[in-house]
Design a protein around this ligand. Structure first.
Ligand code: NAG
Ligand code: NAG
Ligand code: NAG
Length: 453
């Protein structure tokens, strides 16, 4: 679709102002745990149900969310629940699945989260039919949480490499090498921040990995010392590296990269689809478009609810364009999804190793600091050096975990991940990062999904 540059500018201005008022919440586990009343509309809708407004309530349910991921209704029926980062929560009980974003007011520079209530959310049964809208209110009040996700207004001036920082990184340690990327200077400071995850993905309280059980440790001891889905006995199951450009769409690149790899695995490379990342940016009510989003909600819930389409059905523009996916395109669905370990907060290195080898590549979240943008190769760890020209807020970036290993010379353990910053960045578009010490929270938020071939 050709859009005149004036129209595009107008659209962009509208989208940006909408997105800025559309500020995700910052809710903690303790805010959400407890007894809730769910008010639900008639279960007669289909997957096109917008739930912008709740509508007439016909079901009222009481759900008690308790540690670690148990839900019980007023009759004693049991189910499961999970937080989705600090943004909202999903409840699965009585053959139905409920998801809503936590309520907030304000914008990224100053917002108040009302974690004891939700926006209007979506509910449907396990077979993805009988849709309804609902909103949830906790039976006990939580104190409104005031937060500031970004401290400095995002600047539209050009991003600048900090040569001094690159030299400091290089001379202070030998695990990894930093590099000047002249290509980054075509982006503004704001756009670089969006590449790293964007304001919608700022995560002030990343979870800690769960302690490994003796059983988990034993299972891991049977796994190979080095493993990589790009070369399993000579066969590659990982699709090509892409570039998200100036949009905070890492979550959909990591999501589609997972589904692409999983599809290659289950079809023995007969299907080598490249899925549309723009579709999730523009068409999913579960993402914040170019402002950020979460693999759980895209490779998981969205891929179950709506399915994903081939790249040509909505080619990538890196803009918050209106939804323009070709509706005649076939959709590919996911059957099951979960955070590694079963819920947000249950992840650890052992579970990730096992899920990676036994099930396939996994989207992971981790914290992106200034030094990471200049990663050139080696095994990354955060050095603490800052880019003095344009220090960026720490945000959570999503990438696809494809392998792990141990450095032959130093014995340092690492993960191998596929980034979405083009094939010229890092190690042919991939990077390695220290493993076993939750470096930048990388061992705390892995995600698993099963694709239907
Ligand atoms: C549930 O969905 C099925 C299939 O779409 C439909 O036949 C049925 O009437 C729906 N039930 C309700 C309560 O709307
Ligand atoms: C940092 O080290 C890498 C690898 O040794 C080298 O290519 C690069 O030029 C160095 N950069 C600076 C600014 O020291
Ligand atoms: C490290 O050692 C393993 C096993 O001997 C070998 O397969 C691998 O190619 C080596 N890797 C590098 C980077 O030298």
């Amino acid at each position: 679709m050709l859009v005149s540059s004036t129209l595009r500018a107008v659209l962009l201005a509208v989208c940006v102002s909408l997105a800025w008022s559309d500020t995700p919440a910052n809710c903690l586990y303790e805010d959400i745990r407890g007894t809730w009343t769910f008010q639900e509309t008639e279960r007669s809708g289909d997957s096109s149900l917008s739930c912008d407004e709740l509508g007439p309530v016909v079901h009222t349910k009481t759900f008690t969310l308790s540690f670690p991921n148990n839900v019980m209704d007023e009759f004693g029926n049991e189910g499961t629940w999970t937080m989705i980062y600090n943004q909202g929560f999903e409840v699965n009980i009585n053959e139905r699945s409920y998801f809503a974003f936590s309520y907030y007011e304000g914008d990224f520079t100053s917002s108040t989260s009302y974690c004891d209530r939700t926006f209007s959310g979506w509910s449907r049964d396990k077979t993805v039919r009988n849709w309804s809208c609902f909103s949830a209110q906790k039976n006990t009040k939580t104190t409104p949480r005031v937060s500031r996700k970004i401290a400095t207004p995002l600047s539209t001036r050009a991003f600048k490499n900090d040569l001094k920082m690159v030299e400091e990184i290089n001379s202070s340690q030998t695990s990894w090498q930093a590099k000047v990327y002249p290509l980054h200077e075509k982006y503004s400071v704001e756009e670089m921040f969006l590449r790293g995850g964007g304001p919608g993905s700022v995560l002030p309280n990343p979870p800690s990995p769960a302690p490994a059980t003796p059983e988990q440790k034993t299972r891991v001891s049977f796994l190979p010392e080095n493993f990589d889905w790009r070369d399993v006995e000579g066969v590659n199951y990982v699709s090509a590296v892409r570039d998200q450009a100036s949009c905070g769409s890492c979550y959909t690149f990591a999501s589609m990269a997972q589904l692409e790899a999983r599809l290659r695995m289950v079809t023995r490379n007969q299907r080598q689809d490249v899925f549309s990342t723009q579709d999730a940016v523009s068409c999913s009510v579960l993402s914040q478009g170019c402002m950020g989003g979460f693999a759980y909600l895209i490779a998981g819930r969205y891929a179950v609810d709506q399915g994903v389409v081939a790249e040509e059905c909505n080619p990538y523009t890196a803009l918050d364009d209106p939804c323009d996916t070709d509706t005649s395109c076939a959709r590919t669905y996911v059957s099951e999804y979960e955070y590694v370990g079963g819920y947000y907060g249950a992840c650890n290195e052992e579970l990730m190793l096992q899920a990676l080898v036994e099930k396939g590549p996994l989207p992971v979240g981790y914290m992106v600091y200034d030094d990471f943008y200049n990663y050139g190769g080696g095994i990354y760890h955060h050095t603490g050096f800052k880019n003095d020209f344009n220090p960026l807020e720490v945000t959570s970036h999503a990438v696809l975990l494809v392998g792990y290993g141990v450095d032959n010379a130093t014995g340092e353990k690492y993960w191998t991940c596929k980034n979405s910053w083009g094939a010229d960045w890092g190690e042919d578009g991939f990077f390695r990062i220290r493993r076993g010490s939750n470096e930048c929270s990388i061992e705390s938020m892995a995600f698993d999904a099963t694709v239907i071939p």
